[in-house]
Ligand binder design. Structure first.
Ligand code: SF4
Ligand code: SF4
Length: 352
């Protein structure tokens, strides 16, 4: 394996010129990613404002009830998991919180095909974590690194917790899941969750503050060590039909791929396939590699795929499936405002 010893070697004629438009593409891609991230955050903030109006109407504080934004069900992962399990008995998509289940199914499908693209393009918590890290770097001049002796145990802990949830899902009797969905709490779980966030105590706020501080100090802290959704799509993405391939014959071991990778994947150290539960498929390493055709995305390991096609495929699949769910009636809940008011009043005034 040839190793670059000098700076001259890195810019020697055999080294690829920036591929036609690739750098430009990455620049465009990153700015498109930013636009999508801002769009998703704006949708979430608008949904929170709308849901607040709905929440007040449920409590009877106002006679005007804005439409309940179904997208809030994306924050009910436990309800979605239960509904997924119940689907094995009923064979139906839950009509009370269909959007939550649809979002879970989209996460599973796109996570398998497009790895953790969801984390870098869509997830608002991932966006917050990313920009806290960038702010930390700007203000402190750098982000700190978690030492290796702690990095691996923290990753193991994340996947151990995730596997515990998977185990609970597997052993949860489907009949029990179906009967849980008949409880009043299940229908108003979005309102109860919202109420919980509106009434966070000092300890909860301190906990959130600590998480934000960790994301400020350590790049990608939330996504790398804590997020259960990240763990799910990360594991599924290992089986993605899009593989990142490295040609060790032409690699000059310059280390640029490792330096640019936001997920700290050791691309340089891989022999052929770059397989990692942390890879978001962002293609930064592909763009940064100075040797032509050394790092490439390949469909089924054979057909080279431009990063643009990969990203566009993910966005079309993600938003296209949501539109499909809306058009086919698997997005809006069948529960009415009256149902919510009645069931909400049957439960304790605070808590569950
Ligand atoms: S830089 Fe490469 S290895 Fe790192 S997350 Fe992006 S695509 Fe994956
Ligand atoms: S694969 Fe990584 S180490 Fe090898 S040439 Fe490309 S950027 Fe450099």
């Amino acid at each position: 394996m040839k190793i670059a010893d000098t700076e001259e070697e890195l810019i020697a004629p055999e080294i690829k010129e920036p591929e036609s438009g690739l750098k430009n593409f990455i620049r465009r891609n990153i700015s498109l990613r930013l636009v999508i991230q801002i769009y998703v955050v704006a949708v979430m903030l608008f949904a929170a404002w709308q849901f607040y109006g709905f929440y007040e109407a449920v409590q009877g504080y106002t006679s005007f009830a804005p439409e309940r934004p179904a997208v809030v069900e994306g924050f009910l992962p436990i309800a979605a998991i239960v509904a997924f399990k119940a689907m094995f008995v009923t064979g139906e998509i839950d009509p009370v919180h269909p959007a939550g289940l649809v979002i879970l199914l989209i996460v599973l499908l796109t996570g398998w095909i497009f790895r953790r693209a969801l984390c870098s393009w869509i997830c608002p918590i991932g966006t917050l974590s990313e920009y806290l890290g960038k702010l930390g770097k700007k203000l402190m001049g750098r982000n700190f690194n978690i030492p290796k002796w702690l990095d691996i145990p923290l990753l193991i802990l994340k996947y151990a917790l995730f596997l515990y949830v998977i185990r609970a899902f597997i052993f949860l009797p489907a009949e029990y899941a179906a009967s849980f969905m008949q409880l009043p709490y299940y229908t108003v779980s979005d309102v109860k969750m919202f109420e919980l966030f509106l009434n966070l105590g000092t300890r909860s706020l301190a906990f959130i503050g600590v998480l934000m501080l960790l994301s400020f100090l350590f790049k990608n802290f939330w996504c790398r060590y804590l997020c259960p959704y990240g763990a799910l799509v990360g594991l599924l993405g290992v089986f993605s039909p899009f593989v990142l391939k490295k040609n060790s014959e032409t690699c000059i071991n310059c280390g640029r791929c490792n330096k640019v990778c936001p997920s700290k994947v050791n691309v340089q150290g891989k022999k052929s396939l770059v397989i990692s539960t942390e890879c978001t498929g962002c293609a930064s390493c592909v763009a940064e590699c100075p040797k032509a055709n050394t790092l490439e995305f390949k469909f089924l390991g054979i057909i080279p795929v431009k990063p643009l096609i990969f990203s566009a495929g993910f966005l079309v699949a993600f938003f296209g499936l949501i539109v499909l769910a809306k058009v086919t009636g698997y997005w809006e809940s069948t529960a009415t405002l009256y149902d919510y008011q009645m069931l909400y009043n049957m439960l304790p005034s605070r808590g569950f």
